[in-house]
Design a binder for this molecule. Structure first.
Ligand code: PLA
Length: 457
């Protein structure tokens, strides 16, 4: 027989999370338990752990699935053999399989075989080699800011964790607590920065009418942002729109940001994935570093090294002097230590080994370019397939947009239709991950888009 559990039926979750009807249910449950248990009082009673409303968490309201990762949850439940997951931005091969880069497999093998390696805690700020090499990757190997030790880099839990640490550091130590995000932006940005303690505002970015950049709107909104405000910029391959400013436009954005003393915070989740070149994709960031001003960058190795689940990333803060940079780093440690103490060793060791060896680095760039090229070829194939079907509308944005995603312009009803009728899974804003597509699945997607735009208005 299982021992009885002691529980309190008035949960502290009552007041903050439950609706009045939930609370009525709780009171009813309490009466029910008490009526059937002569030993029970209204405050402390014993009961079987099996009844659902016996739980101290009984009042908790079910949260909705994540708008991006929840798409994979729904996809996994679908038994259809033709189902296609174009929700999360995760690279797939032509065979529709996840890809571990050859260079990553080889380095991992070397790490496993090296018996001199151990599993000790690494420093709060992560692996020193990894940090130095990550800074060089984004700022350039000859970056004066790196050479002058004006950059502090800490290892982070992929892009998300690096954004979060940067956000909390700013909320604690920077004089302006408002961060401006582009509309639209990656759905997790507002949550990450709000929970970090910043207040989130929006600037115009995307023009649905042209399916391109709303450059005038962007300049207007940043011009009227209070001096000192933080501005989140997607370094390349803007998610979800696939629309990036040209280098000339970046230069204008830079001048405006510097003239208003705004603080740029770059999110670099796709370096190398947009153009296939690590250096070309880092140009916007390097433009800002070259003027000697300060900025933050969060880097992710999820996409460009295929290390999604290893959670490898970095946060760099470029400062005006090495003295400031070292004081900034001392405070970053105080943000990290109570959050997760220190970062994991494995993924960062893989990245450091690849970045420090010329041959491995070259091998990586070749594999990275192959991934970027396959995505670019999927854009052309999808565009051609829609043109061949005579699908109504202008689909040239599919080949104009860049990076992992196409922002199709399909509305949420059309997306639901494609999921229900064609088992194609994507986010409700009409974003599709081009990296999840293959030559074999393009016709199925094109059929679905054609049916959606002709049958669902
Ligand atoms: N920043 C942007 C702009 C992103 O698109 C993503 C991932 C991240 C940061 C975080 O990535 P990381 O923490 O894994 O390094 N966006 C994905 C996945 C690919 C996701 O939503 O978590 C997406 O499908 O949008």
């Amino acid at each position: 027989m299982r021992p009885p559990v002691i529980l309190k039926t008035t949960s502290f979750f009552d007041s903050s999370y439950s609706s009045p009807s939930d609370r009525r249910l709780s009171t009813l449950a309490n009466h029910f338990v008490c009526a059937h248990n002569p030993m029970a009082s209204h405050d402390s009673i014993s009961a079987s752990p099996t009844a659902a409303f016996d739980s101290v968490f009984a009042q908790i309201v079910r949260a909705p699935e994540d708008p991006i990762l929840g798409v994979t949850v729904a996809y996994n439940k679908d038994p259809s053999p033709v189902k296609l997951n174009l929700g999360v931005g995760a690279y797939r091969t032509e065979e529709g399989k996840p890809l571990v880069l050859n260079v990553v497999r080889r380095v991992e093998q070397q790490l496993v075989n090296d018996v001199s390696r151990n599993k000790e805690y690494i420093p709060i700020t992560g692996l020193a080699d990894f940090n130095k090499l990550s800074a060089k990757l984004i700022f350039g190997s000859d970056s004066p800011a790196v050479q002058e030790n004006r950059v502090t880099t800490v290892q982070g839990l992929s892009g998300t964790g690096s954004l979060r640490v940067g956000g909390e550091f700013l909320a604690k130590h920077y004089h302006q607590r408002t961060i401006y995000l582009p509309t639209p932006t990656w759905g997790n940005h507002p949550k990450v920065f709000t929970l970090a303690g910043l207040s989130v505002k929006a600037y115009r970015y995307y023009a649905p009418s042209t399916r391109g950049l709303d450059f005038e709107g962007l300049l207007e909104d940043l011009s009227s942002a209070p001096s000192g405000s933080i501005v989140l910029l997607h370094a390349c391959a803007h998610n979800p729109t696939g629309v990036d400013p040209t280098l000339e436009q970046w230069e204008q954005i830079r001048q405006l940001i510097r003239s208003k003393a705004l603080l740029p915070f770059f999110d670099s989740a796709y370096q190398g994935f947009a153009s296939g070149s690590l250096d070309a994709d880092a140009q916007p960031v390097r433009l800002f570093v070259a003027d000697g001003g300060e900025l933050l960058v969060a880097q992710s190795y999820a996409k460009n090294m295929g290390l999604y689940g290893e959670r490898v990333g970095a946060l760099s803060i470029v400062c005006k002097s090495s003295d400031v940079a070292s004081r900034v780093e001392s405070q970053l440690k105080l943000v990290i230590r109570p959050m997760y103490s220190s970062p994991p060793i494995h993924g960062a060791s893989i990245v450091a080994a690849i970045l420090k060896d010329g041959n491995l680095y070259n091998e990586w760039t070749i594999e990275l370019k192959a991934m970027a090229d396959r995505i670019i070829s999927m854009r052309q194939q999808l565009f051609d397939a829609l043109v061949a079907r005579g699908t109504p509308g202008d689909w040239s944005h599919i080949i104009r947009q860049i990076g992992m995603f196409t922002f199709t312009g399909l509305n949420s009803e059309q997306v639901s239709f494609m999921t229900n009728e064609y088992h194609i899974y994507m986010t409700s804003d009409g974003r599709i991950s081009m990296a999840g597509l293959s030559s074999k699945t393009v016709p199925h997607l094109a059929d679905a888009i054609h049916a959606a735009v002709t049958r669902v208005v």
